[in-house]
Write a protein that binds this ligand. Structure first.
Ligand SMILES: C[S@@+](CC[C@H](N)C(=O)[O-])C[C@H]1O[C@@H](n2cnc3c(N)ncnc32)[C@H](O)[C@@H]1O
Length: 481
C-alpha cells in the first residue's frame, strides 16, 4: 500500500500538527484560485432520502429503481448497483431481517455507521482493497473529543451503538468503540451537496477531514457526485495552512463561535474571529443580528449604551424603546412560526402571503442587512419559484444578493449561485443585458469554486454565450424601434 504522505506530496500538501488544532494540512507549493488541492472518494456515504431519492452509487435522481430485496436503497442502473454491491450485499441481508419499527429508527447517521463498519470488515478480510487514502486506520485517527462530550450525547451515542449492534449481530461489535465512532462522525462527517449546494447525503472522507476550519477560508469543499473536491478560492502560498469553512459564515462572530463550539468543540481564532469584541465586530453584529433605527427614513442600527440603559441609533442618535422592540420581536416570532407551518403543509400561495407580511414586519425591526430578513427573503424566493412568479422571485433574488455581497467574501459559492439564479430569472423575463451581467459574475466565481470544466459550469458558460448572442442581436440598430 502506498504511503499517505507520498499521495499527499503529489497533491502539493503535507500533514502537520499544532497544539491548538491538532493535525492540519499545509501547502507544499503555491496554489492558484480554482486549483484542486485534493479530492477523495468517501470511506462510507449515505443518501438522505429526506432531501429526495437518489442513486446510491452516483447520487443522480433520475431512472431510479429500488433494491428488490431490502427496498431501502435506490440505483439508477446496473453499473451503480454493482459498484456498491460488496457492502450492500451484507447491509441488505441485515436490513431484511429488521422489523418495520427498527427500520424506522435507522437515521442517516446510523446507516452511515453500518456502512463504515461493514467496509472495515470487508477490508480486513481483503474483499475490498485498502489504499493509502481509504483505510480504517485513517478513520481511527479522526478526532473524537470524547472527554468533552456531555452526558446526554454520550447516552445517545450508546443507544445508537446498541441499535447498530442489533442490525449487525455477526460483527460482534464493541459497543464502546462504536459509540466512540459516532462522536467521530459528529465532528468529521461532511454533508454531501449537489452543485447548487442543496444537501443530499452524508459521507466520511477521512483525509479531507484533516482540513481545519476558518471563517475566512482559503479553500472550498464541493462535491462531484460522491467525490469530495477541495479547491483553492484565494492564492495559497507554499507553507500556508489549507482551510475550509465547516459552517454557514453569514453570521456574527458570536453566532459562528457558538455553532463551532457546539458541533466541533473548539474556539475559533481565525482572522475574522480574533476581532471579537472590537468596535467593528460589535457594529457588524448589531447590523447582522440586532435592530434598526425607529425612524424608517434613517438606515442606522442600534447599539445599547449601558450607562444610559438605552438603545441608540448609531446614525441619527434617536433612542428606541426596549418594550416596543420586544413587542415587535414577539409578533415576528409568531408570524414566522405560522408561515413556516403553512410552508411545510405545501400551501405555497398562503405561505407567500404570510412570508411577505413577515418581511414587511421584519423591515420595521431589523436592518436591511439583517440575517433574519435575509432568511425570509431566501424562503420567499423559493416560494415564488414554486408559484412560477418569476418577477417576485427576481426581486427577492436581487435583494438577497445585496446582503450576500456584504456577508460573503467575493469568491464564495453561494454568491456565485445567487448571481446564476438572478441571471436565469432575468433571461426568462427578457432582461437579456442584465442576464449577461449576472451570468458573467456567476461564471467568474463558479469557475473557481466548482471548476471550469465541470458539467455544471459548462452549462452556465453555454447559457452565458447564448444570452450574449441574444443581447447583441437585440442591440442591432435595426432592432431598436
Ligand atoms: C474535521 S477535524 C479537523 C482535523 C483535526 N485537526 C485532526 O487533528 O484530526 C475537526 C476538529 O479539528 C479541530 N479544529 C478544526 N479547525 C480548528 C480551528 N480553526 N481551531 C482550532 N481547532 C480546530 C477541532 O478540534 C475540530 O473538532
Amino acid at each position: 500500500m502506498a504511503n499517505l504522505d507520498d499521495t499527499l506530496s503529489r497533491c502539493g500538501v503535507k500533514i502537520s500538527f499544532t497544539e491548538e488544532k491538532g493535525r492540519c494540512f499545509i501547502a507544499t507549493r503555491n496554489f492558484c484560485p480554482g486549483e484542486i488541492i485534493i479530492s477523495q472518494e468517501p470511506y462510507a456515504s449515505v443518501v438522505n432520502s429526506q432531501h429526495g431519492l437518489r442513486c446510491d452509487g452516483c447520487l443522480k435522481s433520475t431512472n431510479l429503481k429500488k433494491c428488490s430485496k431490502c427496498w431501502m436503497v435506490w440505483y439508477c442502473g446496473i453499473s451503480c448497483q454493482k459498484s456498491e454491491w460488496k457492502v450492500h450485499q451484507l447491509e441488505c441481508e441485515a436490513l431484511v431481517k429488521l422489523s418495520e419499527d427498527r427500520r424506522k429508527m435507522l437515521t442517516p447517521t446510523i446507516c452511515l455507521m453500518i456502512r463504515l463498519l461493514l467496509r472495515r470488515e470487508l477490508q480486513s478480510k481483503k474483499v475490498i482493497s485498502t489504499t493509502a487514502d481509504n483505510n480504517f486506520q485513517l478513520v481511527e485517527s479522526l478526532m473524537a473529543h470524547i472527554s468533552e462530550i456531555g452526558e446526554q450525547k454520550l447516552v445517545l451515542y450508546a443507544q445508537m451503538a446498541n441499535l447498530v449492534s442489533l442490525v449487525l449481530p455477526s460483527l460482534e461489535l464493541n459497543l464502546k468503540e462504536v459509540a466512540h465512532d459516532f462522536s467521530k462522525l459528529a465532528c468529521n462527517a461532511h454533508t454531501i451537496c449537489d452543485s447548487e449546494l442543496r444537501p443530499i447525503g452524508t459521507g466520511l472522507y477521512p483525509v479531507i477531514s484533516i482540513i481545519n476550519h476558518s471563517c475566512l477560508p482559503n479553500s472550498v469543499l464541493v462535491f462531484e457526485e460522491k467525490i469530495a473536491v477541495v479547491r483553492a478560492v484565494s492564492p495559497i502560498p507554499e507553507g500556508t495552512e489549507v482551510t475550509i469553512s465547516y459552517i454557514e459564515t453569514a453570521a456574527s462572530t458570536e453566532t459562528r463561535q457558538k455553532a463551532l463550539k457546539e458541533q466541533y468543540l473548539f474556539t475559533c481564532k481565525c482572522p475574522r474571529c480574533i476581532n471579537q469584541g472590537k468596535v467593528e465586530d460589535i457594529q457588524e453584529t448589531a447590523i447582522l443580528e440586532g435592530y434598526r433605527c425607529k425612524d424608517m427614513t434613517c438606515d442606522g442600527y442600534l447599539l445599547t449604551i449601558p450607562a444610559e440603559k438605552a438603545n441608540i441609533c448609531q446614525q441619527c442618535g434617536l433612542p428606541r424603546d426596549q418594550k416596543e422592540i420586544e413587542k415587535l420581536k414577539n409578533e415576528v416570532e409568531k408570524l414566522s412560526n405560522k408561515a413556516s407551518v403553512s410552508l411545510s403543509s405545501g400551501n405555497y400561495y398562503e405561505a407567500s402571503v404570510l412570508y411577505k407580511t413577515l418581511e414587511q414586519l421584519q423591515l420595521k425591526l431589523f436592518h436591511c442587512f439583517s440575517i433574519s430578513l435575509l432568511r425570509t427573503r431566501e424562503t420567499l424566493l423559493k416560494i415564488f419559484m414554486e408559484l412560477q412568479d418569476w418577477r417576485g422571485a427576481l426581486t427577492c433574488c436581487r435583494l438577497t444578493i445585496t446582503v450576500y455581497e456584504r456577508v460573503y467574501p467575493p469568491i464564495h459559492p453561494l454568491l456565485g449561485l445567487q448571481y446564476y439564479c438572478c441571471g436565469k430569472l432575468e433571461w426568462l423575463l427578457g432582461e437579456t443585458t442584465d442576464a449577461v451581467i449576472s451570468f458573467t459574475k456567476a461564471a467568474d466565481i463558479l469557475r473557481i469554486t466548482h471548476g471550469s470544466s465541470t458539467p455544471f459550469v459548462l452549462e452556465l458558460l453555454a447559457k452565458l454565450a447564448e444570452a450574449h448572442a441574444e443581447a447583441a442581436y437585440k442591440l442591432r440598430p435595426d432592432q431598436c424601434g
